[in-house]
Each structure stands twice: as structure tokens, then as C-alpha cells.
Ligand binder design. Structure first.
Ligand SMILES: Cc1ncc(C[n+]2csc(CCOP(=O)(O)OP(=O)(O)O)c2C)c(N)n1
Ligand SMILES: [Mg+2]
Length: 580
């Protein structure tokens, strides 16, 4: 077989250690597919391009490796756009390679070209970087540029558009230059003088507190964070994206679902260490009243991405670098200086923990309800009891994702996936499949709303075909539950408080029809079960796990109680800043 542009790409990906690529096959990149297979890079094929992008995103986040996805020119790329938007917003490290029509008729379009749109112009504003390859001679250089961008700044989506005439066209594949010679491959160490200053601020603090974002997960700094938090006896709050940055089995972790007690922690700390978080809208922009008045609190921010420093919350000490290296270095300094928390700090932290547990107990009241169909709170709880601690859980849907977040504890770091920045219904399907590809031997389950699952049920067949071990729990309230709740409260708040629901037809198109998800699953070769109470659910999970492969459990829940998910008022307030 003569070399072609596809081989040039496959050689570079293989040299980067890429083992799996996600995408739907197409003739426009046949040269690439053949070369990937020849290089033992597996091509994993879902039934929708946006799923491929989410699979790559989940795979990257869970393994720390580069996620690679592909889509074919025109419709394939159009289908990939939502996934690209979301994975970029979520900050997952994904390289997307697309084919485009041959060089002679594109860029610019002459009008009437088949399966063509300006893919680069469309993807540029929804990615970190997007360029087209104008000639085969420039392919190696632009691949190197793309990979450099993958590892520069905040992770996200990087896109390279390659005309079919280049992918399939004859070329002599040049010797691959090792990655270390074409980009930085070591982690970015922070300036030691800045680590010294951070150590001294923290050592002299009355109550240092830590806020961990998704950057801690990308840096795989879970153990380093736990060591520093324990050394300082510091409360650790996590952003939505940072859930699982440190084990929630530790008393020192405040998941974002402990909203009121998280606010309390942020009010009392006199030194705040922000790790890998932009402190954006879902962190209430780092502002009072959810956070302490900046005049009363010193802020240290550490981030791999210089652009994220001081962006939403002013800082007293800015540290650019890898949070894992920073925490390792900080830990050494705290130890050698013999820093130890005071007994008054222990007392204060215990008070904060007690308040957190009191608030959590209030939420747990919904578990006392044993109605059939069940209250949704039981779903994540029974799952937590039945799946192993290192199982990967994906939360998707409107209220379903809220219930799943409130009643799940991330006891093993980096085992929870969602789209906290985008709230993208249906993304969880691809994320669950990506998780199963990342860890074929681990348990993976996805708690997902019936609206969300209805966006990508075809991927059940993908899971069956690819032999993925994944259990979907489809929470069926036969409504766009979160939307029905917000519509109802907006329309008649007092009536809602008294009667908990409005009369049928009072909201605009927020009801859905019946779909038997267990039957749909069986029609595609998966195991299917339908349950409506916690005990049935427990049995169904056990059956699914002993069966192996893909299972779908249709979970009927009480549709009215489902609307009353915890924390909704707090989330409404979260979105009101800034005004205008
Ligand atoms: C792709 C997408 N479209 C629309 C929305 C707006 N939206 C937010 S929650 C929601 C309802 C979700 O319904 P379902 O998945 O059944 O979950 P439930 O709220 O019923 O638990 C909608 C339509 C969204 N977040 N994502
Ligand atoms: Mg629903």
C-alpha cells in the first residue's frame, strides 16, 4: 500500500500513544482508517458523531490520555458540532480530525458544493483552535501545531480539518518526530518562589480553606490534594466540575451539593487556595454573599492556564503551573516547616462538619418516602449500594442529574461524569460508552432522565456491538421534569407550594409520552428491566451486573415528587449574576 495523508496522521497519533479513536467510518478518510487499523489503533464506532466526541471527552477525562475523535465532511461534521461545543466547555482534552471536500472545490465555496460548509469557521468559536490543511506538505507541521494546542492552557477541543484529497492522496509519510521534540511534554512546574510564598500564607493562616476545580482532576492530583488538606486540616470545597477531585469519604470535603454549608466554609476561611478552577457562574463568580468579602480573605490561585488567573475573582498570589506539582512542592514545604493545625482550627472545622451533616440530614428526609412509583432519591442511593465504589457514574438529565448529584457520594476520585458547565441533555450516553471504553473491566452506570435518554437511545446497540459493560438507569417521569417545574413555579408559585403540582395542561408542552426503555433495549440485544420501587431496582441492578454487557433499567418514578428536586432555589439564584 502506498503511503497517503492518512498514514501521516496515523503515524503521528500512534507516536502520541493514542490507542483508540472514536468516529463513524467514511470513504473521505479511508486512508486514515486503514492506517489506524494497520498501526493497531482501535476505531470505535457509535451511531451518531456527537456521541463519538463525548466518548473521546469521557475517555480523556478518566484516563488522562488524549481523546481523539473523527467526523466526515458536511453532515458528519454538522452532527459533531454539539459534542465539540460541550466537550470544549467542559474542558476535556479532545483532538477532532475531520475530512473536508477536496482542496480544489472548497475554501472558498464556489456555491452549490455538495456536503460542504466552512467547517473551520464553524468550529473556531466553539473550540480552542481550528485550522484546515491546505497542502499535503503542511500536514505534519499542522498536526504538530494541533497537538501543541492540545497541551497548552486549559484543556478543550482542538480541531484539524483535512481535505479528502490529502487524506487519501499519495504521500511519502515522513519519519515521525518524537512528541518531546515538537512540544512541551513535561508538566509545567510553578515558580518555586511562589510556592514558598503560598506555603507561608497557608502556614500563618487561622483557617486556610481550599477550593478545587476540574483542573485537579486533569492534573490527577487527587492524592496530593488530600495530603495537603489533611496536613493543614483544611476544608476542601469542590466546584461542579471538580466533584471527585478528592474522595468524599473524607470529612474534609464539601461537595457542591452541600450548598449552605459550603457557603459557610467560604465565609470563615482567612486564606483561600483555589486550585484549577475559574470560579465561574456555577461557583457564584466567587462573590459575596456566597464567598467572603475579598478585603477579609487572602486568595492564592493556581492554574495551568494563565488566562484563568484572576479572571472572575481577584487574587493576592497568582501561580501559573500544574496543580499536582504545586501541591507536591507545597506539601514538602509544609512538612519541613513543621506546620501543624491549631486545636482551635480542629474545633472550628468540626463545627463546620456538624453543620454540613445537619443540612444533609434534611435532604435525606425524602428517603423516608416509600411510595411506588418511587421517589427519585432512592435511585442513586440504591446504585451506590449495589455498584462497587470504583464504578464510574454518569449523571444526565434535568432534575434527574440534580437528584443523582445530591444522593451520590464520590468515594473514589474521578469516578463521576456529567456536563456541569453545559447541562447537555443526552451527552451522558456517549460519556458512559467512553467510560466503558476507558475502563472495560470497571462497572459503569448512567442515571439519566427519559428526555435526555430519548436523544440518543440508538447507542444501546453501540454498547451491545462493542461489548461495553454499562448499565443505563432511565428515570421515567414522562416529562421534561425540570422544565415543567420551572414553568409551573413561574405560572402559579403559591398554588405550587400548596398543591405541589398544577392541573394537566397548565404548562407548555412539558409532558412526554410513554416509551418502554426496557423493551427498546431488548430490541437492540441488551438486557432490559422495568422497576418502580427500590427493592425491584436492587434486584434489577444485580441481574444486570451478573448478566454483563449493556443493560437498561426503566425506572418509573413519582412524576410530582420528581419535580421537587433538592437545591432548585439555590440554582435559580446562581444564574442571576451579573444582572442585565
Ligand atoms: C440538549 C438540551 N436541550 C434542552 C435543554 C433544556 N432542558 C434542561 S432540563 C430539561 C428537561 C430534562 O428532562 P429529562 O431529561 O427527562 O430530565 P428530568 O428533568 O425529567 O429529570 C430541558 C429540556 C438542555 N439542557 N439540553
Ligand atoms: Mg423526565
Amino acid at each position: 500500500m502506498a503511503d497517503n495523508g492518512g498514514k501521516v496522521i496515523a503515524d503521528v497519533l500512534a507516536a502520541e500513544g493514542v490507542a483508540k479513536v472514536f468516529g463513524i467510518p467514511d470513504g473521505t478518510y479511508l486512508g486514515l482508517l486503514n492506517s489506524l487499523v494497520a498501526s493497531n489503533v482501535a476505531v470505535i464506532t457509535p451511531r451518531h458523531e456527537t456521541t463519538a466526541i463525548h466518548m473521546a471527552g469521557a475517555y480523556a477525562r478518566l484516563t488522562g490520555r488524549l481523546g481523539v475523535a473523527m467526523a466526515s465532511n458536511g453532515p458528519g461534521v454538522a452532527n459533531a458540532l454539539p459534542g465539540i461545543t460541550v466537550e470544549n466547555a467542559e474542558g476535556n482534552r479532545v483532538l477532532v480530525i475531520t475530512s473536508s471536500r477536496r482542496v480544489g472545490i472548497t475554501y472558498p465555496d464556489r456555491g452549490g458544493t455538495y456536503q460542504y460548509f466552512d467547517q473551520v469557521a464553524a468550529i473556531k468559536p466553539i473550540s480552542k483552535w481550528s485550522e484546515s490543511v491546505p497542502s499535503i506538505d503542511r500536514l505534519p507541521e499542522l498536526l504538530r501545531a494541533a497537538l501543541r494546542w492540545c497541551y497548552t492552557g486549559r484543556p478543550g477541543v482542538v480541531h484539524l480539518d483535512v481535505p479528502e484529497s490529502i487524506i487519501n492522496g499519495k504521500a511519502k509519510a515522513p519519519a515521525v518526530v518524537p512528541p518531546a521534540r515538537t512540544r512541551r511534554t513535561q508538566t509545567l512546574a510553578p515558580d518555586p518562589a511562589l510556592v514558598d510564598r503560598a506555603a507561608s500564607l497557608l502556614a500563618n493562616a487561622e483557617l486556610p480553606i481550599i477550593h478545587a476545580g476540574g483542573g485537579v482532576i486533569h492534573a490527577r492530583a487527587h492524592d496530593a490534594l488530600q495530603a495537603v488538606a489533611e496536613h493543614l486540616h483544611s476544608p476542601v470545597t469542590t466546584s461542579w466540575s471538580g466533584r471527585g477531585a478528592m474522595t468524599e469519604a473524607s470529612e474534609l470535603v464539601w461537595p457542591i451539593t452541600s450548598i449552605t454549608s459550603t457557603n459557610e466554609v467560604r465565609q470563615v476561611g482567612d486564606v483561600l487556595l483555589i486550585l484549577g478552577s475559574r470560579v465561574g457562574e456555577t461557583d457564584w463568580w466567587g462573590k459575596p454573599p456566597n464567598w467572603r468579602d475579598p478585603a477579609e480573605q487572602k486568595v492564592i490561585q493556581v492554574d495551568i492556564d494563565e488566562e484563568s488567573i484572576g479572571r472572575n475573582k481577584p487574587v493576592d498570589l497568582a501561580v501559573v503551573g500544574d496543580v499536582g506539582v504545586f501541591l507536591d512542592e507545597l506539601g514538602k514545604r509544609l512538612e519541613s516547616a513543621g506546620v501543624a493545625p491549631s486545636s482551635s482550627r480542629h474545633v472550628e472545622v468540626q463545627r463546620l462538619i456538624d453543620n454540613r451533616e445537619k443540612a444533609a440530614a434534611k435532604y435525606r428526609k425524602s428517603l423516608e418516602n416509600n411510595s411506588d412509583p418511587m421517589v427519585t432519591a432512592h435511585v442513586p442511593l440504591v446504585c451506590q449500594e449495589e455498584f462497587s465504589d470504583d464504578a464510574i457514574v454518569v449523571a444526565d438529565g434535568g432534575n434527574t442529574a440534580v437528584w443523582a448529584n445530591f444522593f451520590h457520594s464520590v468515594n473514589v476520585p474521578n469516578t463521576m461524569l456529567a456536563t456541569p458547565h453545559f447541562g447537555m441533555l443526552g451527552a451522558g450516553v456517549g460519556q458512559a460508552l467512553g467510560a466503558a471504553e476507558a475502563f472495560p473491566d470497571r462497572q459503569v452506570y448512567c442515571i439519566i432522565g427519559d428526555g435526555a435518554f430519548g436523544m440518543h437511545p440508538q447507542e444501546i446497540e453501540t454498547a451491545v456491538r462493542n461489548g461495553n459493560n454499562v448499565v443505563f438507569l432511565v428515570v421515567s417521569d414522562r416529562q421534561w421534569g425540570m422544565v415543567k417545574m420551572t414553568q409551573s413555579v413561574a405560572k402559579a408559585p403559591v398554588r405550587m407550594m400548596i398543591r405541589k403540582k398544577l392541573e394537566p395542561g397548565a404548562t407548555v408542552n412539558s409532558d412526554l409520552g410513554e416509551v418502554s426503555w426496557d423493551q427498546a433495549a431488548r430490541s437492540m440485544g441488551a438486557h432490559g428491566e422495568r422497576v418502580s420501587n427500590p427493592e425491584q431496582l436492587r434486584v434489577a441492578i444485580r441481574n444486570s451486573l451478573s448478566n454483563g454487557g449493556c443493560a437498561v433499567i426503566h425506572v418509573d418514578v413519582d412524576p410530582v415528587k420528581h419535580m421537587w428536586a433538592p437545591g432548585l432555589l439555590h440554582f435559580k439564584k446562581m444564574h442571576q449574576e451579573p444582572g442585565g
